[in-house]
Design a protein around this ligand. Structure first.
Ligand code: PRE
Length: 310
């Protein structure tokens, strides 16, 4: 049996994402899984590092709010600790339920408990439908429902599951400022062999670069010159070692076993101060993950030369 932590409590989108990953059987041990709620993405990942659980499911990227900083910072290993590695991803459509302890008119909603990432995704809709409401921060979408059930706010921006779990009444369903809002989640474990290449994979690395002109351009060129598409580039402060020091999170289309990606990573390792491999895994919703194919052809040509071929 394997244990899986998720950013909880029960009823978050992250729990739904984990359930989807378990149904798909993306790693060993999903048939008899034990799931554990954690207070934050960082707490879920810390449980992986300490060995308390085998995997953690965490949100990584929202289509409306961008990368989730709390998760990115937690993916960076503290000095002296092993890295963590992602093995799978799932993308969920995200629409929120606004719920209260009893049926309320729109102008009776004065305080609205919301996880800040969620508030940012419904701000326009809320201003239109609940013009007198002010957001008060909650610890997660499910936490918002819990707060309302305890009388801490008039209504919650939450998930339908969490509203039901806490016995709340829905005031509005499917609320989102963009109709195709979605969030991508990662399943993170301790280091191991990546899942087999599928031909539609994502590879992720964290780079610490020397602070000198052109170091980021040079790193990105290792991918570009090999025809590898970068699907996400983010920077975060290093938090240690003084202000103005950043690290870079790069997602590339392709797998460690795609020749072009492997070569790019080896070149990065030669040039960067530190390269942390975050894994290679199948892309859930494809569109931008096709690895370059011509590179394998150049390797075949080179191998043939060594054998005396043309
Ligand atoms: O609180 C939740 O329900 C979560 O799963 C977290 C989270 C996030 O942090 O991005 C996930 C999806 C939504 O975009 C809003 C919140």
């Amino acid at each position: 049996m394997s244990a899986f932590a998720y950013f909880g409590p029960a009823g978050t989108f992250t729990e739904m994402a984990l359930n989807r990953l378990l149904q798909r059987g993306v790693v060993d041990g999903t048939e008899s899984a034990r799931t554990v709620a954690a207070d934050s993405p960082a707490a879920a990942i810390a449980m992986v590092r300490s060995g308390a659980v085998d995997y953690a499911c965490v949100p990584i990227e929202s289509s409306l709010e961008g990368s989730v900083p709390a998760t990115m910072d937690a993916l960076v290993s503290p000095p002296g600790e092993h890295r963590v590695q992602a093995y799978a991803e799932v993308t969920l459509d995200v629409a929120f339920t606004l719920a209260a302890r009893e049926s309320l008119d729109a102008d009776q909603v004065r305080t609205l408990a919301a996880y800040p990432v969620a508030a940012a995704q419904v701000r326009e809709q809320v201003a239109e439908r609940f013009p007198h409401a002010t957001f008060v921060p909650a610890s997660s979408n499910a936490g918002a429902a819990q707060d309302v059930s305890q009388g801490l706010a008039d209504a919650a921006v939450t998930t339908q599951i969490a509203a039901d779990l806490h016995g709340l009444v829905s005031l509005a369903r499917d609320v989102a400022d963009s109709p195709d809002a979605h969030t991508r989640f990662l399943l993170v474990g301790r280091p191991g062999p990546p899942p087999a290449r599928t031909g539609a994979d994502r590879t992720s690395v964290i780079l610490d670069l020397t602070n000198e002109p052109g170091s980021l351009v040079t790193a990105m060129t290792e991918f570009a010159s090999r025809g590898v598409d970068l699907t996400r580039i983010e920077s975060r402060p290093r938090r240690r070692g003084g202000s103005g020091q950043y690290r870079f999170f790069l997602d590339a289309a392709g797998h460690l076993d795609d020749a072009a990606v492997g070569e790019a990573l080896r070149a990065l390792h030669r040039g960067a101060e530190r390269v942390v491999y975050l894994g290679s895994w199948p892309v859930d919703r494809n569109g931008d993950a096709t690895p370059p194919t011509d590179h394998a052809e150049s390797l075949r040509w080179f191998a043939a030369l060594e054998q005396g071929g043309d």
